[in-house]
Design a binder for this molecule. Structure first.
Ligand code: NAD
Ligand code: AKB
Length: 314
């Protein structure tokens, strides 16, 4: 029987992926793991284990206790925080991943899903319709942990026959949990300000274009990749994954169609430099071919749905 562990399960993606996996596999079949104390964690995330992926022994004990067969490994440090704390970013994203992969072999885990990011690309990469196979020369600590992470995951596939899969997520937009310190976080924060009637100060320039995706597409795509037969996959840990691209100005203009008084100003900070090293759009034809990936939300549909759901929440 499938028994799933979601590391980093209280984060922006984990909090939504956990719910989707519980719907699919059963409430008790999905264990959430994160740094928070059990007493601080809402019932919807139970069964829950407080666990640090840097503690290899503790992590193995969790796998054994729950007889885990699949892991969605989401515990990580994102790009903006990673530039503030590069050593910690390396530790969590590389040592943490290594512990998860080693523990998976030791404890007989059958499948590991581990996200990568568009942060694997750098300024030398073609920025428009970035191909699947291309130059990977990131300039951030986060980006280089993601390149090394992809290579490490693929090594465990070929060397140890461990089934490891991963996608290069673009910036993800969601209403349930706030993002955890990335360069694309503006595309979530902007909605909160707009609905509060506040002027939003955007930390990127108005014409900065980045690849983005709405969370329902990201969650569905992740589960679809996880459920594809291993024999149908030629790639494993590094699928380009895309749906929409827009500039900060284009997002603000779309929000203004619903909230005409919405105001925005642009005060670029250190995150502008990171954004400028990333692609503007992604070619995901390999994901479309190998596991039939197809997004459902474009900018217009995403903005309408975000505003609708955030209004219910606030
Ligand atoms: P997040 O920051 O929202 O959540 C990460 C979670 O990991 C947090 O809840 C945090 O408490 C936990 N964590 C941190 N250090 C830990 C440790 N040592 N042990 C256990 N847990 C720890 O991140 P997210 O946005 O949900 O990202 C999940 C994955 O997806 C990451 O690998 C990230 O690089 C990738 N990704 C996310 C995006 C995005 O836009 N959200 C885009 C590209 C890739
Ligand atoms: C970040 O901005 O760090 C993430 C990512 C694209 O990996 N959202």
């Amino acid at each position: 029987m499938t028994k799933i562990l979601v590391t980093g399960g209280l984060g922006q993606i984990g909090s939504e992926l956990t719910a989707a996996l519980k719907n699919q596999y059963g409430k008790d079949q999905v264990v959430t793991c994160d740094l928070a104390e059990l007493s601080q964690v809402h019932q919807e995330f139970h069964p829950y284990e407080k666990g640090d992926v840097l503690n290899a022994k503790q992590f193995q004990d969790i796998l054994k206790k729950h007889q885990i067969t699949e892991i969605y490994h989401l515990a990580a440090i994102l790009s903006a925080v990673g530039e503030q704390k590069p050593q910690h970013c390396w530790k969590v994203n590389i040592d943490g991943l290594y512990n998860v992969l080693e523990a998976s072999i030791e404890c007989g885990v059958k499948k590991v899903v581990c996200p990568s990011s568009i942060a694997v690309f750098g300024p030398e990469t073609p920025q428009i319709k970035t191909p699947q196979e291309t130059i990977l020369l990131p300039k951030t600590m986060y980006g280089l942990t993601k390149v090394a992470g992809e290579l490490l995951c693929d090594y465990y596939v070929s060397k140890f026959n461990l089934d490891v899969r991963g996608l290069r997520y673009p910036g993800l937009i969601s209403y349930k949990t706030l993002p955890g310190g990335g360069t694309t976080d503006y595309a979530v924060e902007i909605f909160y300000a707009a609905l509060k009637g506040e002027k939003y100060t955007c930390f990127l320039k108005p014409d900065t274009v980045l690849p983005m995706m709405y969370m329902p597409d990201a969650v569905r795509g992740t589960i679809e990749l996880a459920e594809t037969s291993f024999k149908d996959l030629k790639h494993h840990s590094n699928f380009n994954f895309a749906s929409m691209s827009f500039s900060c100005q284009e997002l603000a203009d779309e929000i203004k169609k619903h909230i005409p008084n919405f105001q925005i100003e642009y005060v670029p900070d250190h995150r502008q430099q990171i954004a400028e090293t990333w692609p503007q759009s992604i070619d995901d034809c390999t994901a479309r071919k190998e596991w039939n990936w197809k997004p459902q939300y474009d900018l217009k549909a995403m903005v309408k749905d975000m505003l609708h759901n955030l209004k219910q929440k606030t």
